[in-house]
Design a protein around this ligand. Structure first.
Ligand SMILES: C[S@@+](CC[C@H](N)C(=O)[O-])C[C@H]1O[C@@H](n2cnc3c(N)ncnc32)[C@H](O)[C@@H]1O
Ligand SMILES: [Zn+2]
Length: 294
């Protein structure tokens, strides 16, 4: 956890700042003495005691998503995303010289996209940046903390006020995760940008049945823009289309990592997937939308 990431955080109990944890310290403490354990893997659970009504992704769902992403199928998306986030960070940071740019990854999951952005950023003009990754799943954060040890990886519910100072973030990234428009607007600098990745209608339609995605409503661009309209204006929308060749194991991971993973009976799934050919063609269709605060 880099100091510049901790510096942007606020204690969810009292709203005051955190102290820099010393190397080897096992808790993150605010200046009023509220203390949150730093897990062995390096993430911090700020929700302690608060509880949450959201069902978090299970360890199996998280493992499936990580395996699918690590297979590299969505790397073309990550490359375009890194370019967009990199220039948003650089443009915003140009207005506050002398500070380290801050990226908030809302619903960071296993941190794969954040890692891809970090790895490509020196070529995007922003030499370095601090990152805060929020997710409600501690299973996901265990992996995220290993992938992005410099980031502050925090267990947090995105529908609660975010434990981040107002006007601090140069970019908020949301890849297939909940969007709390008012909180994203509060934590962004005026020159900051909200970057949202959503699937387009038709995303993976070829395997929708096998992957238990039938009946899941793909989000329309207009709905996204409307849902954020109180706080953000759309600046650009970049479509990314990726032709995929998927092995049965890939299709299985897609099935388990999505909403169906919450109830997918493994045995039932095994039956459906047993009949799959060696490779299945599918098309991933995304939109990367960039919004500026109103
Ligand atoms: C589809 S995954 C995407 C994860 C990551 N951005 C990626 O693309 O690999 C959605 C993520 O949002 C998280 N999530 C869902 N509801 C949340 C909430 N209320 N607060 C924080 N995270 C949440 C889940 O735990 C999950 O990691
Ligand atoms: Zn406190």
């Amino acid at each position: 956890m880099e100091p510049s990431a901790v510096d942007a955080l606020l204690c969810p109990v009292c709203g005051l700042e955190f102290m820099e944890p010393l190397p080897g310290e096992t808790a993150l403490k605010c200046i009023d003495g509220h203390s949150f354990d730093i897990a062995r893997q390096g993430y911090v659970n700020l929700l302690t005691g608060n509880g949450t009504k959201f069902s978090q992704d299970t360890a199996d769902m998280v493992a499936a998503r990580d395996a699918f992403l690590d297979a590299g199928h969505y790397r073309p998306l990550a490359e375009v995303l890194a370019a967009i986030v990199g220039s948003a960070l650089a443009a915003s940071a140009a207005h506050s010289p002398g500070t380290t740019p801050l990226l908030l990854d809302a619903g960071t999951g296993t941190g794969w996209y954040l890692q891809q952005v970090r790895e490509s950023i020196p070529v995007q003009g922003a030499d370095t940046f601090a990152a805060v990754g929020l997710d409600i799943s501690k299973f996901a954060l265990r992996r995220a903390a290993r992938r992005n040890p410099e980031a502050a990886n925090l267990v947090w519910d995105l529908w609660q006020p975010l434990p981040v100072e107002a006007g601090r973030a140069d970019a908020v990234l949301v890849v297939f995760a909940p969007r709390n428009a008012s909180e994203f607007a509060r934590v962004l600098r005026p020159e900051g940008r909200l970057v949202v990745v959503t699937p387009r209608p038709g995303h993976l339609f070829e395997i929708a049945q096998e992957a238990g995605m039938l009946g899941i409503q793909a989000e329309k661009e207009a709905n996204l823009v409307e849902s954020l309209a109180g706080y953000f204006a759309l600046e650009s929308a970049t479509p990314v289309t990726i032709p995929l060749l998927l092995a049965p194991a890939d299709v299985r991971n897609v099935a388990l990592m999505g909403p169906a993973g919450h109830h997918a009976a493994a045995r039932e799934l095994a039956g459906t997937l047993a009949g799959l050919p060696e490779s299945t063609r599918a098309t991933a269709e995304f939109t990367i939308s960039t919004f500026r605060p109103r």
